[in-house]
Design a protein around this ligand. Structure first.
Ligand code: GAF
Length: 397
């Protein structure tokens, strides 16, 4: 297996931008008024901590979703994407009743809904969407669509909505229109990401700090391995993890698990009466601490020293939060055995991608070791790419 290296463009690769514009011309017989691009993301560390009011450290990817758009003079929205043969059209009545627009188009309708719910006069529009963010790989293709559509509609309508309010609005679209009870991490990463930095986000206060994360300068690479594992029951399991955390916080008498300090963990666990809940709580509390420790190491320029924290995060997701699958664990073990400093699943779990921090010249060999471990176990071949932190949503032209 060879890895392909995605670099950090200031704008997305010409290809996906051109595809969005070509799709627009072909579907609507006109030129778009503009193009807006939003990235996918990976999370360096801090998994299932966002909806517990905790800390996360994601970064935006150089893989992007591009929306070519133009206003129309009625209050309707027509959306075409590479994912579907025919455009889908919807109006205010569909938008105002969550559930009427379904499938991937619901992310677009959800953004229109959230803007309207916040009192904005959303312009009718024609949109064409092209994407290099793979769907179903846990790289937040949905947040990328939300962010790119949001940016397009804000610009086309001249809406008064500062970008620091976009993540909550896009999250509302996903939670309340699409019906996925996710946290604020993905939308924050794809909107606020900055090239060469990881985004340290306090999910309670929404305070952010851009933490320099210069892998190139350190001679390192971040390998993103696509496990190609089918997402098994991912939605229901995600929701059930979230509920357990909320129940545990209520039992402990705190607003959220973020309020259980790491040095108070044992005392908190002693107050819980079932082992499963204890393990869920232990994951969240120790994971918050690992985010803080990772930030401290990055601030000190000790990037190689992140390895054990990444691997400990994986063990916690596997043993305590129980959100990994055999393909994912195999990829982590094989990457570590091939010399990665650390490796962990990234994202919501039950499939998706693994991150491995490696010396740059070893990236291909580590990817090959993962591929051969997969072949031995009879799993479908994994994908692999090295990435650098890229920028968040932007207008292309
Ligand atoms: C998914 C969710 F969308 C995020 O909000 C976050 O909870 C993540 O899973 C787990 O850390 O990506």
């Amino acid at each position: 297996m060879t890895t392909t290296t995605a670099t950090t463009p200031t704008t997305p690769s010409g290809d996906v931008v051109a595809r969005a514009a070509a799709g627009f011309r072909q579907r609507y017989g006109a030129e778009p008024a503009g193009r807006w691009a939003a990235p996918g993301r990976v999370n360096l560390i801090g998994e299932h901590t966002d909806y517990n009011d905790g800390f996360v450290l994601p970064f935006a990817l150089p893989l992007r979703t591009v929306v070519a758009a133009a206003p129309r003079d009625d209050e309707r929205w027509t959306v075409w994407s590479e994912l579907s043969a025919d455009p889908v059209e919807f109006g205010p009545a569909d938008v105002d009743e969550p559930g009427r627009v379904t499938g991937w188009t619901a992310y677009v309708a959800g953004v229109v809904w959230a803007l309207r719910a916040a009192g904005h006069a959303v312009p009718g529009a024609r949109l064409a969407i092209a994407s290099d963010v793979p769907v179903g790989s846990g790289l937040s293709s949905s947040a990328a669509i939300e962010a790119a559509v949001l940016a397009a509609l804000v610009d086309l309508g001249g809406l008064d909505l500062p970008a620091d309010r976009w993540p909550r609005l896009a999250q509302r679209a996903e939670n309340e229109y699409v019906g996925a009870p996710t946290g604020i991490m993905d939308q924050s990463a794809v909107i606020r990401g900055r090239p060469g930095h990881a985004l340290f986000l306090d999910c309670r206060t929404e305070e952010i700090e851009q933490i320099p994360f210069d892998l190139d300068a350190a001679g390192l690479a971040m390998l993103v391995i696509d496990s190609r594992a089918p997402h098994r029951h991912a939605d229901g399991e995600y929701a059930s993890r979230r509920k357990s955390c909320e129940r545990a916080a209520a039992r402990l008498g705190v607003p959220a698990l973020r309020d259980v300090p790491a040095d108070g963990l044992d005392a908190a666990l002693a107050r819980l009466d079932d082992d499963e809940t204890r393990r869920r709580v232990r994951h969240v509390v120790t994971e918050d601490q690992r985010v803080l420790d990772t930030v401290a190491l990055l601030r000190a320029g000790r990037v190689r020293a992140l390895g054990p924290l990444l691997t400990a995060s994986h063990a916690s997701m596997r043993d305590d939060f129980e959100i990994t699958v055999p393909e994912i664990d195999t990829a982590v073990e094989a990457a570590l055995a091939a010399g990665a400093y650390g490796a962990r699943m990234t994202g919501g779990g039950f499939g998706g991608c693994v991150l491995a921090l490696v010396e740059a010249p070893t990236a291909d060999a580590v990817a090959a070791a993962v591929a051969s471990a997969y072949a031995e176990r009879g799993f479908a071949a994994p994908g692999a790419v090295t990435v650098l932190p890229a920028g968040g949503v932007t207008r292309v032209d």
